[in-house]
Write a new protein. Structure first.
Length: 379
């Protein structure tokens, strides 16, 4: 008997979570595609990309286009890793990967069969968007209609991201400075691993007040008590490291640039919000917070999305602008008395971040990750 069936018999609760940017997705999605288990899912997604081809062809965000069907059928047609990790591509493909994992899960356990054991859901950064699709509890053709919209939505989101922040590649000056500092692949987001939040926050405030001629730095994500992400222009993030290099090295604080090309979770992405909301008006988005069948907890405040009047504005702002506090998204787990967390990836990053937060929330719960074959088999 599977774990889910056991939990149903015992009336125990599960909690869904989705991962965010930065995880490799191709190998995982390729494996799912080659299995031929969810043909209708891929058909719907590929059809969306075909429909939006006039938008994605030669766009600022996707100068080499978006061709997932070609990439999955023939690995030789896959673009470079650098291209696949740009915001214009990775936002789309990460959502497609985690929803492919959910499709595998959904085939075994339709919502109507497990609705009584679902306590809630959340998502790390862009994963919060995907989690709302799960929250509608749709089945059959209604689900695929919603999937079609969500793939359109994330494509618009990806395109507008890079239009507002068109600096896909580092400048020669930035590359030279990175080389001098022995830093690799400078991007608009950098993970600062180690030390307390207050210490890093003070350094950021000091930089912003002292170097007013440079672009400000924002702490965009608070992942764990010793893991946060800074968002800004590459030059500012490189100068920050140069100024504080000695302190960071002495305190064994790691400074690792993320594989992305936009400073998400910062005011720099504010112009995207209204543009994207205008985009989706013509797509007839009929779903709203009142349609959510179970709680979806946002990382910006810890609130249930059902407390808000409109879904699209807050969901869009959460990804683009609002600061991420992962502990706030996870706090309801203890209140809900969750027995298992099911993580839909991609990769195992969100699983690890949750594991690191749970002791500080004084709660212990197993986390099974669909990206882990052993966990997937148990599920």
């Amino acid at each position: 008997m599977s774990l889910i069936h056991q939990l149903k018999q015992q009336n125990k609760k599960i909690f869904f979570q989705m991962g965010g940017q930065g995880s490799p997705w191709y190998r995982e999605l390729k494996k799912i595609y080659d299995s031929n288990e969810i043909k209708e899912f891929f058909s719907v997604c590929f059809d969306v990309f075909q429909e939006l081809h006039p938008l994605t062809k030669d766009a600022i965000a996707t100068p080499k286009g978006i061709y997932p069907e070609q990439w999955l059928k023939d690995e030789n047609k896959l673009p470079s890793d650098d291209y696949l990790s740009t915001a214009g591509v990775s936002l789309i493909m990460i959502q497609m990967t985690q929803l492919a994992y959910y499709e595998l899960f959904r085939k075994k356990y339709p919502y109507s069969q497990i609705q009584n054991i679902i306590a809630g859901a959340t998502g790390h950064s862009q994963g919060l968007i995907s989690s709302t699709l799960l929250g509608f509890g749709l089945e059959k053709e209604e689900y695929f209609q919603a999937l079609r919209f969500y793939m359109k939505y994330v494509t618009y989101l990806a395109l507008r991201s890079q239009e507002v922040f068109p600096y896909i590649e580092a400048s020669k000056e930035e590359l030279q400075l990175a080389e001098e500092l022995n830093l690799k692949d400078p991007s608009p987001m950098v993970a600062v691993l180690g030390s307390e939040h207050s210490i890093i926050s003070n350094l950021v405030e000091e930089f912003n007040s002292t170097y007013k001629e440079e672009k400000p730095i924002y702490i965009g994500l608070y992942n764990t008590p010793t893991n946060r992400v800074l968002s800004s222009y590459r030059k500012s993030l490189l100068l920050f490291y140069k100024i504080h290099q000695k302190f960071l090295e002495e305190n064994k604080i790691k400074y690792i640039f993320l594989k992305t090309t936009c400073p998400f979770h910062s005011p720099y992405m504010e112009p995207c919000v209204e543009i994207l909301l205008d985009d989706v008006k013509k797509e007839n988005f009929v779903y709203n917070t009142k349609d959510l069948k179970f709680p979806i907890y946002t990382f910006s405040s810890g609130k249930d999305y059902r407390e808000y009047k409109d879904l699209l504005p807050i969901m869009t702002r959460d990804l683009y602008v609002n600061t991420l506090y992962w502990d706030l998204a996870l706090k309801p787990i203890s209140m809900l008395k969750v027995d298992y967390i099911i993580d839909f990836g991609p990769g195992k990053t969100s699983q690890r971040l949750t594991e690191e937060n749970l002791p500080h929330l004084q709660y212990s719960v197993p986390i099974l990750c669909m990206a882990n074959p052993k966990d997937a088999k148990e599920i």
